[in-house]
Design a protein around this ligand. Structure first.
Ligand SMILES: Nc1nc2c(ncn2[C@@H]2O[C@H](COP(=O)(O)OP(=O)(O)O)[C@@H](O)[C@H]2O)c(=O)[nH]1
Ligand SMILES: [Mg+2]
Length: 304
């Protein structure tokens, strides 16, 4: 590419932050028009920093989806999640601070405290406005938010329904600094297929299992192999206790079969090929509160 072309390019890294469950991952997927990040009704579904790259002509937006910043009990996993989230707001060009239009709590206030240390523009997103029937209620939410922090912009939207997202993108584009693109035009994430596959299996487990269990499990890909006809994927679902193993497997293996079927169907769509998926459930006591186990299961410090 010639120097002149590069000079016209715009590029920026935009971190999406907020407390768990406000819709950060749903928003990133919506902007990209692609399901990269996994989502669920349960808090702390997102455990890793994940880039979503959107290039349109001379403009490249590099979104960073992050685990929710929270104040739960101190375990190795919780410390890891908070580090991954707070680390991603350093050295970015913009921050998207996402809140749930219906609920504000002290975890949101905690995130605001972190924002106060940042120099870059911060755009606030009031998400889930589809759940606010009386739109007049938005005005007081907007003004309270404006009092809490000098946001560059406050944009109400619905990530789930896609309402207001175009307007947000236009505003972000206008704030984007000049600079050469960081990634190739056709690259949409920094993560491997292997990673996306493990995450998609974890999403199905998170959605199908009860309240507590999702936090006690992680997914590790043991085999990822092409044979010309299809991709053979073998994954281990690690749980913390034998009792949890039984629940994941279900009566006569019903739960595991159902997770496997849903995951396989989505993975075939994601990877655009036939997949043979095998799932095993294994116990590794206390993996989520053990720094070394976390590392070996892929929860490594993510520097960028
Ligand atoms: N009604 C409604 N629900 C939403 C919206 N955006 C996200 N959600 C739901 O909120 C839950 C948490 O979303 P997720 O993207 O995983 O939140 P995250 O933890 O901030 O990444 C999921 O059940 C989403 O479907 C929205 O605009 N409207
Ligand atoms: Mg998320």
């Amino acid at each position: 590419m010639s120097g002149a072309d590069q000079a016209q390019q715009k590029c920026g890294v935009i971190a999406i932050v907020g407390r768990p469950n406000v819709g950060k991952s749903t928003l990133m997927n919506r902007i990209l028009g692609e399901k990269l990040s996994i989502t669920s009704r349960k808090p702390q579904t997102t455990r890793h920093r994940l880039l979503g790259i959107k290039t349109m002509g001379s403009t490249q937006m590099v979104y960073v989806d992050t685990p929710g910043i929270h104040s739960n009990k101190e375990t190795a996993m919780n410390r890891y999640l908070n580090r991954a989230a707070t680390g991603s707001i350093e050295d970015v060009d913009m921050i998207l601070f996402v809140v749930d239009g219906e609920q504000w709590n002290e975890e949101d206030s905690g995130v605001i405290e972190l924002l106060k240390r940042q120099q870059c523009p911060v755009v606030a997103v009031i998400n889930k406005v589809d759940q606010i029937a009386d739109k007049e209620l938005l005005l007081p939410i907007l003004s309270t938010l404006a009092e809490r922090y000098p946001f560059t912009e406050i944009v109400p939207l619905s990530a789930l329904k896609g309402k207001g997202v175009d307007r947000l993108e236009q505003r972000l584009e206008s704030l984007l600094p000049d600079g050469p693109h960081i990634y190739e035009e056709d690259q949409i994430t920094d993560r491997s297929e292997r990673f996306l596959v493990a995450e998609r299996i974890r999403e199905k487990l998170t959605r199908q299992l009860g309240q507590e269990l999702p936090y006690a499990l992680t997914v590790e890909i043991e085999q990822f192999k092409e044979d010309g006809k299809m991709t053979h994927i073998a994954a281990v679902i690690w749980v913390e206790r034998a009792g949890q193993k039984g629940i994941v497997i279900g009566k006569k293996g019903a739960r595991l079969r159902s997770v496997g079927k849903e995951a396989r169907e989505e993975l075939e769509e994601l990877l655009q090929r036939k997949i043979f998926l095998q799932l095993w459930v294994k116990v590794r006591a206390g993996w989520s509160d053990d720094d070394r186990a976390l590392q070996s299961l892929g929860y490594k410090e993510e520097l960028h």
